[in-house]
Design a protein. Structure first.
Length: 178
């Protein structure tokens, strides 16, 4: 029980605060409950397909293949593949983190994982198509021409600033949680 409370203390504190707020302001309580139910429903619709795809990726794609195309020696090929996979992905950003963990277990280079996460959050294909139609071609292309190099620069900068020991620690945690 002590371990449970320690592990979920933030969630428990927020729950208590929201419960108290709902007791004092019923309208706020109903709004919080409605928003929570909506978010829970959305997660339940998004997470299972992501985990099914992750299971298939884990089984069907050998580690050697991932290392070859996205590992340490992958170069431009790994960057482009990380950009493409992240841009083609569907779903909210929290769906990208389990994919990143599988990439870590498969030996994908850290900067390519960061590029994948950046692409997932910034360059999704449906978003680009919407921008083309709603905001115009010049805006959409300008944003892409700024975002893509920015994602790559930030990924390599983060990798350099973090250091090998910290990155190895992250990979070790990903291996332990598999």
């Amino acid at each position: 029980m002590k371990h449970f409370v320690k592990r979920y203390r933030s969630f428990l504190i927020v729950s208590v605060v929201l419960l108290l707020a709902g007791l004092f302001n019923k309208e706020l309580g109903q709004q919080v409950l409605s928003t929570t139910a909506y978010q829970l429903k959305e997660m339940l619709l998004v997470i299972p397909p992501i985990f099914v795809l992750l299971g298939l990726l884990d089984i069907w794609v050998p580690k050697q293949t991932m290392v070859k195309y996205m590992g340490e020696g992958s170069g431009l090929k790994g960057i482009l593949l990380a950009l493409f996979i992240g841009s083609a992905a569907a779903g909210p950003l929290y769906g990208a983190f389990p994919v990143a963990a599988v990439f870590m277990r498969k030996g994908v280079k850290f900067s390519n994982i960061l590029i994948f996460l950046g692409a997932w959050s910034t360059t999704k294909i449906p978003m680009i198509l919407f921008e083309f139609s709603a905001l115009g071609l010049p805006f959409a292309l300008t944003r892409l021409l700024v975002d893509i190099p920015g994602i790559i620069i930030i990924a390599y900068l983060l990798q350099a600033l973090m250091g090998k020991k910290e990155i190895e620690s992250i990979y070790t945690k990903a291996m332990q949680n598999s």
